[in-house]
Design a protein around this ligand. Structure first.
Ligand SMILES: Cc1cc2nc3c(=O)[nH]c(=O)nc-3n(C[C@H](O)[C@H](O)[C@H](O)COP(=O)(O)OP(=O)(O)OC[C@H]3O[C@@H](n4cnc5c(N)ncnc54)[C@H](O)[C@@H]3O)c2cc1C
Length: 388
């Protein structure tokens, strides 16, 4: 084609919208109070969930890092942190875990297809009622395989503080199939939320209320063996791989959330006058605000440099670096924004509330202290990289 015919073809063919524009369009008709399942369903119906995992036109297991940033940025702009949390955990952990383990057919494949189409939601239930979340190998939920010589499995135990639990159709449950802390003792099980023996109650909290966060009881839950997700003994390995992507996603969300609150704060500073001068013109205020901008820009730079390493190469040290950086950035930045907004920060859904909810970025998916420990484990390699 000549340049002219190229131009003519472009003029008659509608432009193919970019991924971010497609996510925007998918959510354009959602209302601010829509539930997590309504938002997830809108994303699925517009095919943006399936396309999240397309890299260079090929369907893969991990999300495209740029598309993940776009998805979380657009969902965050709806300013419902609970809904963003459910989208994040499903898109970055639950779906990739299902995709990595799903055979060509059977219930795990069916669940994956339903979740990707937005017709169903899945919760990732690792944190256990019998052990600290920071001590996952101590978890007590058990799965007995081929129970009584049958082709069935039996799950008993309980999970606490699980995002999406109250709205999920499927629970991805991390259980032990043998005693001991060895990493090969754990296995994922796909538990339909409607299965006999499953009880779910909402977590008693005023924060992130639309995240459907809840506690799960599993009492004698009997399921066919094809509800195992991946091979027995691979549970912890798969968890570590996909938790890396969730930690990266947390850092992306931290960038979107803090920059949204910073934009609101700047607007408030520009319009607030003290003795005839806008607060934005106060040098001390500007410096505090600028320091926040620097922190967020640093976090975004880390995401840009390390995201591919986490998603494509399962670089757990890079994931820990991102998660630590998010945890260390969000609280001081949002605390500064809330302080700069004065009493307005206390309004319903205001900066003080957002700051509390954003605390989940330093807790869920590994507390900041724990991931800093992983960063310290890589100190020699990190120092060598910094000095090369
Ligand atoms: C809103 C919300 C949603 C969640 N969603 C999910 C989900 O979808 N799926 C899921 O499986 N879990 C989920 N969780 C649970 C979350 O992953 C755990 O809360 C987290 O792993 C921490 O576990 P814990 O609460 O038992 O805290 P603990 O492990 O008891 O830690 C308590 C505190 O002790 C300190 N501490 C812990 N370990 C160390 C250490 N090594 N060094 C120094 N200090 C330390 C830290 O200050 C830490 O905050 C969610 C939690 C929340 C609040």
């Amino acid at each position: 084609m000549t340049e002219l015919t190229h131009a003519a073809a472009a003029a008659v063919r509608p432009a193919v919208p970019g991924y971010r524009a497609r996510v925007d369009a998918a959510l354009a008709d959602t209302a601010p109070n829509d539930s997590a399942s309504q938002v997830w369903s809108a994303l699925g119906a517009a095919e943006v969930l399936r396309d999240l995992y397309h890299r260079g036109g090929v369907a893969g297991i991990g999300p495209d890092p740029d598309r993940l940033a776009d998805l979380l940025g657009v969902v965050d702009a709806r300013a419902d942190n609970g809904v963003t949390l459910t989208v994040l955990v499903q898109a970055a952990s639950a779906v990739p875990l299902l995709a990595a383990c799903a055979p060509a057919d059977g219930p795990v494949r069916h669940a994956l297809d339903q979740v990707l189409s937005g017709a169903a939601m899945a919760a990732l239930a690792a944190t256990d009622r019998t052990a600290a979340g920071s001590d996952l190998s101590g978890l007590g939920t058990e799965v007995a395989l081929h129970v009584d010589g049958t082709s069935e499995l039996l799950v008993d135990g309980g999970k606490r503080w699980i995002a999406t639990a109250c709205e999920a159709d499927y629970l991805l449950v991390l259980a032990r199939h043998r005693p001991g802390r060895h990493f090969t003792s754990f296995t994922w099980v796909l538990v339909p939320a409607s299965a006999p023996g499953v009880g779910i109650r909402s977590a008693d909290t005023d924060l992130l209320t639309s995240s459907g966060t809840g506690h799960i009881e599993l009492t004698g839950v009997r399921l066919p063996m094809d509800h195992l997700v991946g091979r027995p003994g691979r549970g912890m390995v798969e968890f570590a791989r996909h938790m890396g992507t969730e930690r990266f996603a947390g850092a992306l969300w931290a960038v979107a959330l803090t920059s949204r609150v910073l934009a609101d704060t700047r607007q408030a500073l520009v319009t607030r006058e003290i003795d005839g001068l806008s607060l934005w013109d106060n040098a001390a205020v500007r410096q505090r605000f600028a320091a926040c901008l620097v922190r967020v820009r640093q976090l975004r730079a880390l995401c840009e440099v390390l995201g591919g390493r986490v998603v494509d190469h399962h670089d757990l040290a890079a994931a820990a670096m991102l998660k630590s950086a998010a945890g260390l950035t969000v609280d001081p930045v949002l605390a500064e924004c809330a302080q700069l907004q004065g009493a307005e920060g206390f309004a319903r859904g205001g900066a003080q509330r957002i700051r509390s909810e954003a605390g989940v970025l330093g807790i869920g998916g590994g507390v900041t202290e724990l991931v800093l420990g992983t960063v310290a484990d890589s100190a020699d390699a990190l120092l060598a990289e910094l000095r090369s």
